[in-house]
Structure formats: C-alpha cells, structure tokens
Write a new protein. Structure first.
Length: 230
C-alpha cells in the first residue's frame, strides 16, 4: 500500500510540473511559490511502552524523555488546479532523546542518549482557502507523505550492567498532515506566516524492547514555526 501511495504522489508531482510549465506563460497564478521555514519540534523515535504481551519484561523496564528540537527547510509549491498545489522540498530536523533502562530481570540497567538528525523530503497536496489576496490561499491544509533519512548518534551510560544491542534503519517514511497560514503581506508581495506539521512513520530504531514483535515502535514528530513565502 505504501508503494502505491508513493507512486501516486510522484505522479501528482510530475503532472503538476507539466501543468505548471504549460500555463506559466498565460497567467501569473501558475508561478512556482518558494518558502523557507524554521522552528521547533517534538518527537523522533517512538519507543514501545506497552509490555502487557511480554510476560518476561517488567512494566517499567524502559522509559523515554524527548527534548524540544529544531528544524529548518526550504520548499517549492507547484500550482495545479482550483488554487491547489503540490509542494515538496527539503527539511532538516534535530532532536535529543534519553531512554532509561531499569530492567533487572533481563539485566539491562542504565541510560541511552540519542541525538537524531533527519533529512526529510515531504510531498504534499495543498488545499488552499481564502484566495482573494493569494491564488494558493492564505490558509492551507497539507496532506501527503514524508521520506526520511536518519542519522543517530548513540551514547550509553551504564550502571554495572550492559544496555541492549540496537540496530538502526536509516530510511523511513510515512503519512503527514499539516497546516500553514500566511496572514502578513509585505510591499514586495512576499508573505510571513506560520506552519504546523504532524507525522507518523516507520521504525528507525530496534532493540530488545522495540522489536518487530511490538506494534508501537516507529517515528513521529510535531513541528511548528515561522515561514517566509517569496
């Protein structure tokens, strides 16, 4: 299903480029729209916390804490039809997490700190609203897919007992839903606004407590901040 959805999004993107190229010389409404964005985010690795199906693992065997991170990016939107657009670009997101292991039964005790840096390529279909002063809409709802490349820097702090062996999957993907609003317009036509994006994707981190046996592990984020539209 993920492969079919990915092919569909790529088809929309290619179709949008073709429509935009054919129409750009007839109307200014079909010009490419560029934005840059920067802000904060919460999320990263989604660890398993439900051990009700694993009788050999204590309920509080591992807990996690995530600090607020930061993200920056640049996007381009291709107008398609009825004021809607296909948008893509590149985002960089950084966050820091700490897993605390307290499992004397399985002999894993200590802390694991993980710095996660992710390069992300979103592909979204944007539904625009309130188009009187902006052909693509002042308010947008964005629905699509995110492709991620993740780099993990892992540091362990052990308390006499070792920590579980882990495995990293650098590539992941999943659905995204977001909104943006650009209420402020400058004399040169550029706009200032805000964005909020949510995501839930596939797993990038695997260990004794986050194996494929459990359904919860994956990746997720909520990112928000300020955007500037050229």
């Amino acid at each position: 299903m993920k492969q079919n959805f990915t092919k569909f999004l790529l088809f929309l993107l290619l179709t949008g480029c073709a429509v935009s190229n054919q129409s750009a010389d007839r109307t200014q409404n079909h010009k490419l729209v560029y934005t840059v964005n920067a802000g904060s985010n919460n999320g990263g690795i989604v660890e398993n916390t439900d051990f009700s199906t694993a009788t050999t693992i204590p309920v509080d065997a591992v807990t996690g804490a995530t600090k607020t991170g930061f993200n920056i990016g640049g996007h381009v939107a291709v107008p398609i039809i009825w004021g809607n657009a296909v948008e893509s670009g590149l985002d960089v997101m950084v966050n820091n997490q700490t897993f605390k292991y307290a499992d004397s039964v399985n002999e894993f005790v200590g802390n694991r700190n993980i710095w996660t840096t992710q390069l992300m390529v979103p592909v979204t279909w944007n539904f625009g609203f309130f188009k009187k002063s902006d052909p693509l809409g002042i308010f947008k709802i964005k629905l699509g897919w995110v492709f991620q490349f993740s780099m993990l820097n892992v540091k362990d702090s052990k308390y006499q007992l070792p920590l579980p062996e882990y495995f990293v999957s650098h590539f992941s993907s999943g659905p995204t839903l977001g909104i943006s609003i650009t209420p402020f317009t400058f004399n040169n036509g550029s706009k200032l606004g805000f964005y909020f994006d949510g995501y839930r994707g596939s797993k990038i981190y695997d260990d004794f407590y986050n194996s494929d046996f459990f359904k919860m592990p994956g990746t997720s984020y909520m990112k928000y901040g300020i955007l500037y539209q050229f």
